[in-house]
Write a protein that binds this ligand. Structure first.
Ligand code: SF4
Length: 468
């Protein structure tokens, strides 16, 4: 589990880390870009007449893979080992970080180039490496930008979606000493120039993994910038960080996932580069670190199994009205948006993140765009049920008391009338007040209180009946 989240009790996580869910603060650029991207990707997918069949096929393949994880992971390890890859297993973040540092010490690593890996965000690996005197450099442009800015990614595919070209220009001027520019090409040229030397100097490259193929022992990495190719091939040591759910049974199934991932993630037919890594190059060392970090918690909950089908395309984030307003940081941990609201409570525990499944309007947009057909809305409802049945911040004493009170008022016509009278009075009073305290204040800052009608429904109904 992340050091960061370990330090937070459930109540603190709720109060500090998810504050943005109650008081949305995402810059308007984030919402607008996410919405534009979602519309574009949906339009691209709609051009494929058999897109829905692909989704169904991907769903079934992932169901098979996750249901047979034990056998497939062993087969994967066997095939990798036969090619000279060292395979390591880690149960949690602490063990994974210890193994990474052991590898780094063995190879006298002083600097690392990293290509995008959400798993390394789970481990807070950059901090761990820095603390050990090893310099980590993110090479994905978005990750590089947020690293320079000292921030965390706000999106799993486009980490710096919240920043405009002007923001990036100012950042490069301040941190890299470059003249200010807001031209996209010039900005990428600056990043390329600064990163090129880092690849050549790095002692180790660390990458994520989009898919691990069991029957061939292949690591599949997709990308658009070429940075993953350079990070994995230039340094003498390559470490792949892979969550155990990334396994696919056979390479014959790969094309359907490559098609779905590119179309749903960025609206492309295919990503610019697709790397199929079958083992270390001569004279190089390659490690694959297989990490659980809470994923087997999901396996223990059959109703939640599909949460592990996720291929991290980011489509559900872009489609989600809550994510567009709240932004990625509001979800408190690595995975934002609807999939984050499901995965985070599984991975870090309901006690810390049980509030997240409630960060959804349940409009269903996420489920409609998911390329592997995860029924995200039902997963959210399932996690809500668990959050109120098990110890979690969603099961606070205030909430329990409120529901007890509600059920008492609902159990008799007189009590119900009394409750409705009190609600109408309360709403009128609250509308009259210029300021509201606590959570009510957080709610009303972004919304308008409904104006109660002059007469109650029951009175109107009686009137209709007497007129007849
Ligand atoms: S849940 Fe589905 S839509 Fe969301 S990131 Fe995962 S694969 Fe993409």
């Amino acid at each position: 589990m992340s050091e960061h989240i370990q330090h937070l009790s459930g109540a603190k996580f709720h109060a500090q880390e998810t504050k943005g869910l109650y008081e949305p603060v995402a810059p308007p650029a984030l919402g607008a870009t996410a919405e534009r991207s979602s519309k574009h990707n949906i339009a691209e997918a709609a051009k494929i007449p058999y897109f829905q069949q692909w989704r169904e096929a991907a769903h079934q393949i992932k169901r098979y893979a996750i249901s047979n994880l034990d056998k497939l992971l062993v087969q994967f390890e066997r095939n990798l080992s036969a090619k000279g890859v060292t395979v390591l297993w880690a149960e949690d973040a602490a063990e994974a970080n210890r193994l990474v540092l052991e590898i780094a010490r063995e190879h006298k690593v002083r600097s690392v180039v990293k290509s995008k890996s959400m798993l390394s965000e789970e481990l807070e690996l950059n901090q761990v490496l820095s603390d050990a005197g090893i310099e980590p450099v993110e090479t994905d442009l978005g990750e590089y930008i947020v690293q320079l800015a000292g921030q965390r990614p706000v999106h799993i595919v486009t980490p710096a979606i919240h920043m405009s070209a002007e923001d990036v220009g100012r950042l490069f001027a301040a941190r890299l000493g470059e003249p200010f520019t807001a031209e996209h090409e010039q900005l990428t040229d600056i990043a390329r120039r600064h990163l090129r030397q880092r690849y050549l100097e790095a002692d180790m490259g660390i990458s994520g993994c989009n898919f691990g193929i069991a029957d061939t022992g292949t690591i599949v990495i997709v990308e658009n910038e070429g940075n993953a190719g350079l990070s994995t091939a230039t340094p003498p040591v390559h470490l792949v960080m892979m969550g155990i759910e990334k396994i696919l049974p056979s390479i014959t199934y790969l094309p359907v996932f490559l098609n779905l991932l590119a179309r749903s993630g960025t609206g492309q037919k295919l990503t610019t580069y697709t790397h199929l890594i079958h083992g270390p190059a001569p004279g190089r060392r390659m490690y694959v670190l297989l990490l659980d970090n809470g994923r087997t918690n999901v396996l223990a909950d059959m109703a939640a199994l599909a949460a592990l089908f996720c291929i991290r395309c980011g489509a559900c984030l872009n489609a989600c009205p809550v994510y567009r307003c709240a932004g990625g940081w509001a979800y408190g941990w690595v995975y934002p948006g609807p999939i984050g609201a499901i995965l985070t409570p599984h991975l870090v525990g309901l006690k810390q993140a049980g509030i997240l499944p409630f960060a959804s309007s349940l409009c269903g947009a996420c489920g409609e765009v998911c390329p592997v057909k995860i029924d995200i809305p039902h997963q959210l409802v399932h996690m809500r049920h668990r959050a109120v049945s098990e110890p979690s911040p969603a099961r606070s004493l205030t909430e329990q008391f409120t529901w007890m009170l509600w059920s008492w008022f609902m159990c008799g016509p007189r009590r119900y009338r009394l409750a409705m009278w009190a609600v109408r009075l309360g709403v009128r009073l609250a509308a009259w007040l210029p300021w509201h305290p606590g959570k009510l204040g957080a709610w009303t800052r972004g919304r308008q209180l409904p104006r109660p009608p002059k007469a109650a429904f029951r009175r109107l109904w009686r009137q209709v009946e007497s007129d007849e």
